[in-house]
Design a protein around this ligand. Sequence first.
Ligand code: NAD
Length: 429
Amino acid sequence: MISEKIKKDDPAKHGMLANVMRQFEHASDSIELNPNIRKILAITNNELVVHFPVKMDSGEVEVFTGYRVQHNNALGPYKGGLRYHPTVDLDAAKALAMWMTWKTALAGLPYGGAKGGIQIDPKNYSTAELERITRRFTYALGDNIGPELDIPAPDINTNSQTMAWILDTYMSTKAPNERSKNLHVVTGKPLGAGGSEGRDRATGFGVFLCVKFWAEKQKIDLKDKTFIVQGFGNVGFWASRYLEREGARLVAVQDVTGTYFNDQGISVEELNDYQKSVGSLEGFKNADLVPKDKFFGIDCDICIPAALGNQITANNAADIKARVIAEGANGPTDVEAEEILLQRGIMIIPDILCNSGGVIGSYFEWLQNRNGEIWTMEEVMEKLEKKLKTSFDKVMSVSEKRQVDARTAAFIIAIERLEQAYIQRGIFP
Ligand code: NAD
């Protein structure tokens, strides 16, 4: 079992995998999950590692390593993002694939969980090189992905352009009369290449909605509340933009280049325009540059981690001033930090709920492609809000009934849905 393996290994190296397994075990214990189903859910079904050569602009050939882990498909095709980052390895992909299974099950989608990517820092490559790396990776994955088998989407350092290259490469390997049937092999595509209205903002909008639902429940007005955001990429930007529209004030933002603080407020549009022109937040003038490790201790009402995993740990959990942590990233809070935060009465809206707007938006795109439909932005946003509200209410209700924290409640809902599928269908043969 994964859990036994990671206990022996270096916890820092396998932080995210240890984290997701501990979350799973805790929730499974609390519902006394059938031990046979526990065994099945504790392992990843398939783990693919591919090595592939790509010609660089210089004419030299570089060999890359790509990963795709498929955790579980009891409820439908595998679904999950592709990440281009130096921290991508087999264990990171396993952890992230597992979170995807719980996330899709919680959202009530007909999907399983997968994740993958390439261990690179994309900053080191030209756009033409990234295109060739992506196309060659897609070719190496071959029929291990597919519109009814495993459907990738964007994640850290990948975007709609990456998805368009994957789609084009995948379709090119099919017979001409089969090509258009494969439009839903990836989601998060640009609008002109079969993408859906609203998918670009779906994750950040979902993070915002979760904060809004929480505030409504607590009878808190978001107007004039302050928030901090770690990561100003797709998720961080859209979450900030919607919170600002609601009257909340961004007082600090951190990206890979530094931490930018202004207690008078940072304009989200201005920050976004700056990022678009410079490529990062480096040198942003209307805020003070403060030390990186001070970020989570900044005074605010709402904290949104929207970058990497294992950012909130026992080292900084006691410093956090926010009343609510809305997990835009996957796995940003480790188990030790969570214990500290819960003891301090800080609400954590767990990743598998809080950032599930992304996979719900992806599901809408997949459905439209599959059925030859095109929905309007209003339709997409309305359906997204309805689905997320259902998930949010379910999590709150299980949390209250069982007297467990929101993450455990979310895991229980997801695991029970999978348990039911296995019990009703049995184990082949
Ligand atoms: P992105 O590549 O668009 O943005 C990532 C941001 O994080 C950038 O601003 C980058 O500078 C920052 N960052 C990277 N390393 C950092 C570090 N060490 N310290 C501080 N900031 C750092 O990625 P994204 O798509 O916005 O994804 C962010 C998180 O949200 C990831 O954990 C991802 O798995 C999760 N997520 C994304 C989606 C989606 O639809 N894109 C859906 C669900 C969950």
